[in-house]
Write a protein that binds this ligand. Structure first.
Ligand SMILES: C[S@@+](CC[C@H](N)C(=O)[O-])C[C@H]1O[C@@H](n2cnc3c(N)ncnc32)[C@H](O)[C@@H]1O
Length: 240
């Protein structure tokens, strides 16, 4: 099989491989792998994956009465972990094969193929989240548009988790070179890096509060160079 030339191909092929296996519902390990948490720089054990879910729940103060929507939900690994803890989930992803898997995994009617830049602000959800997705966006303008759509869709809070820290790009790329060889940063597919100030300034533009913390996924190489953003409406009740 040819080497994928876009991130879209990487994600779509992951889903196609699972669909071709003929099984409808993946195990938890397979679900984490469908979200990319099996690579040399993202290898996570399931405890670490649960730690990330718990961090998302606490930092966004997700309660049993909240509805949660994810932009770039993939096969539904994160939403599957959130579903028992909240009032309902929905999500979208640009890879149809991953959405096919997510529909088998999640108990939701609102799971659809949709590019992040085309997310519909309606219906609104209490919390709108994106985990490990902004790193695949083409540029900061695209990220700016997606944040605006997420803020419009959220009644209470927005979470952008696992963002590549621009201030640590060289160190991260060195770590990726060590893991994958030179192609990781030259001939390979590029990832997006964003400055923390990009989010604080966007939050000010939207009139929401903003808290940024280092990633809690320190067991993976990537996690050491990433951060998480929580934006809350000032009249909301997020515990941030
Ligand atoms: C690392 S996986 C994370 C999946 C999921 N958020 C989770 O935590 O389980 C990244 C996901 O982002 C999706 N993605 C990347 N760029 C996207 C875009 N521009 N629009 C929609 N989905 C996108 C990929 O298809 C993939 O499912």
């Amino acid at each position: 099989m040819s080497i994928p030339s876009t991130w879209y191909e990487v994600w779509q092929r992951k889903g196609e491989r699972f669909v071709a296996s003929g099984r409808a519902v993946p195990s938890r390990v397979e679900l984490a792998a469908l979200s990319g948490y099996d690579s040399r720089t993202s290898a996570l054990d399931l405890d670490e994956f649960d730690r990330q879910r718990d961090h998302i729940v606490v930092s966004l103060a997700i309660a049993a009465t909240d509805t949660v929507y994810e932009v770039g939900c993939g096969a539904g690994a994160l939403l599957h972990g959130l579903e028992p803890l909240c009032a309902g989930v929905g999500g979208s992803d640009y890879a149809p094969a991953l959405i096919d898997v997510a529909r088998g995994v999640l108990d939701s009617d609102d799971v659809e193929v949709r590019e992040a830049s085309g997310v519909n602000p309606l219906p609104r959800y209490d919390v709108v989240v994106s985990n490990g997705v902004f790193i695949y966006f083409p540029d900061a303008e695209y990220a700016r548009l997606v944040v605006a759509l997420m803020v419009a869709k959220a009644r209470r809070a927005v979470g952008v988790f696992d963002v590549n820290d621009l201030a640590r790009r060289e160190e991260h790329q060195e770590a990726r070179r060590a893991a994958y060889g030179a192609d990781a940063t030259t001939g390979g597919l590029r990832q997006l890096y964003l400055d923390r100030a990009f989010f604080t300034s966007l939050a000010a533009d939207h009139g929401v509060s903003c808290v940024i913390r280092d990633s809690v996924m320190t067991g993976s190489i990537n996690g050491r160079y990433r951060y998480n953003v929580v934006m809350s409406r000032r009249d909301g009740s997020s515990r941030t």
